[in-house]
Design a protein around this ligand. Structure first.
Ligand code: 4AD
Ligand code: MG
Length: 483
């Protein structure tokens, strides 16, 4: 008999039909009711065993976390809580699980702290919460591919091992094939790291943007979706050393087209998750409601998880320039009462407390901030024309989300060769290292723009999880790289 997935069975159950299901036991009550989960849905199938019909030895092996195959007939459920249940006729024990050992794991059915679940990252997949999170994570990635594919974008795979530092922030992990016991040495006896990668120094990529631009300036509109790495030692709930980024790049787009594309994409993702992950969202929503109850009133979310997604899909994002944002902050009572830890002044980057104020207190919606000072933004961003001397800005955009902070960073790119060459010189970037990038500006250069979406931050937003380590299956942070 062919196995039926529990999601399929529950969505279209045929009363009176025989089914075979396989999964993991979540609970076995009164030697009679099995709660079975196979990962296809957050919902368990209730299976009813007439214990008189089965060997004691078999029943003993039906324990939490054990895997079983159950053949039975679907009947209408007598109890409340489920419409149907499976009347079990045959039981196959596939893999046993020692109950004493299950006791020391996150599979023990009770409420566990997220910290404890993180310590057992190898088993947390088995919990309802992480099942829901990773199903939604899948849906978000699928929605992104669908969004771009529908508009004729090409998915380009950019290198993981690269010689360039796209962001110029020096936050790169080096890649080496040096023989640790026998490294090549300089004349003074120090290790010669320039030999790293068959004679060249290379790193793990921090962004696929520069390579993405090469493709966009021929294929028109492309996106990347791959792992990126940052050797920043930030031990925060928003940073990972290894995270996934989506980077669209579009020829002939300016900064306004870029904002429209990003806003449409973010709305599309929220809409997709609401339409396709209803059961998981309901579970995550309820989890958040419970969690909020333990918090003081003023720290609770004004809107629930599903309401927040609805809000994003139905309201325009606020768009302001950096200069306007500084004015708003300086005119705020918060500033006047000296409640910000960091000072606000034109020319320094916004701190996360400032971003949170704008998004959560002032505008209460996603905010796109544009036209930042050139001084603290990347070399490739397009210089705005007609700036006051000393107040030079670039066509940059950051999208800030409530509860998350920076979700997207992007810009229109500097397409003018001489301006870009001057920028390289100012930033201490050697033209020899970026000759391939500069070449695109030599041969039919065009205005173009793109952005990067931090995939895990988006998954945080749509699941309501507040720590980035809880939305990626295997978090890589300064403390966490067990496997
Ligand atoms: O703002 P960032 O550094 O921009 C770039 O890398 C550009 N090359 C993107 C582009 O224009 N094509 O990073 C983009 C986004 C951030 O807004 C944030 O959401 C996420 O990537 N991000 C991180 N997510 C998790 N952990 C980290 N350490 C992150 N650093 C950035
Ligand atoms: Mg950024």
């Amino acid at each position: 008999m062919k196995r039926t997935k529990i999601a399929d069975l529950l969505s279209q159950p045929k009363v009176g039909e025989r089914y075979l299901v396989k999964g993991w036991v979540r609970a076995f009550r009164s030697n009679r009711f099995i709660q079975l989960n196979d990962g296809s849905t957050i919902n368990n199938l209730q299976a009813v065993v007439d214990f008189e019909n089965f060997d004691e030895a078999i029943l003993k092996k039906i324990t939490t976390a054990a895997s079983v195959g159950l053949t039975g007939v679907v009947i209408e459920s007598q109890g409340s809580g489920q419409a149907i249940e499976l009347q079990v006729k045959e039981i196959e024990i596939i893999g046993e699980a020692n109950p004493d050992e299950v006791q020391r794991t996150v599979m023990q059915p009770k409420k566990h702290s997220l910290e404890y679940l993180r310590e057992q990252a190898h088993l947390r997949f088995r919990t309802n919460l992480f099942g829901a999170v990773f199903r939604v994570r899948h849906a978000v990635s699928y929605a992104i591919h669908q969004f771009f594919n529908d508009q004729g974008f090409y998915y380009i795979h950019t290198p993981i091992i690269t010689g360039s530092d796209a962001e110029g922030a020096g936050e790169m992990f080096r890649v080496t094939n040096l023989d640790a016991k026998n490294p090549p040495l300089n004349e003074d006896g120090s290790v010669n790291y320039t030999e790293d990668f068959f004679g060249k120094a290379v790193n793990l990529t921090v962004s696929g943007q520069l390579e993405g631009e090469l493709a966009a300036l021929a294929l028109g509109q492309i996106y990347t979706f791959g792992p990126t790495f940052r050797a920043e030692n930030s031990n925060t709930s928003r940073h990972l050393a290894e995270f996934w980024m989506i980077e669209p790049e579009v020829a002939f787009n300016d900064i306004h087209d870029n904002m429209d594309l990003a806003e449409n994409m973010l709305k599309y993702i929220c809409d997709y998750v609401m339409k396709n992950c209803a059961d998981d969202l309901k579970f995550l929503n309820e989890r958040e409601v419970q969690e909020q109850q333990s918090k003081p009133q003023n720290e609770r979310n004004e809107l629930g998880l599903i309401e927040r997604l609805q809000f994003v899909t139905t309201n325009d994002f606020k768009r302001i320039t950096y200069t306007e944002a500084i004015e708003v902050l300086m005119n705020s009572n918060h500033y006047k009462k000296k409640k910000f830890k960091y000072d606000v002044n034109w020319g320094t980057d916004l701190q996360s407390e400032h971003e949170r104020y704008l998004v959560e207190k002032e505008f209460k919606r996603p905010v796109i901030i544009t036209d930042y000072p050139a001084s603290f933004k990347a070399f490739y961003m397009r210089a705005n024309d007609g700036c006051e001397p000393g107040k030079e800005t670039v066509a940059a955009m950051d999208i800030l989300f409530p509860g998350i902070g920076e979700m997207v960073g992007g810009s229109q790119r500097e397409e003018r060769l001489e301006v870009l060459q001057k920028k390289c010189a100012d930033f201490g970037i050697h033209e020899e290292d970026l000759w391939w990038y500069l070449d695109t500006r030599r041969f039919g250069s065009v205005p173009h723009a793109g952005f990067g979406l931090g995939f895990e931050r988006m998954v945080m937003f749509v699941t309501g999880m507040t720590n980035i380590r809880d939305v990626i299956p295997f978090p890589r942070t300064p403390q966490n790289a067990e496997f």
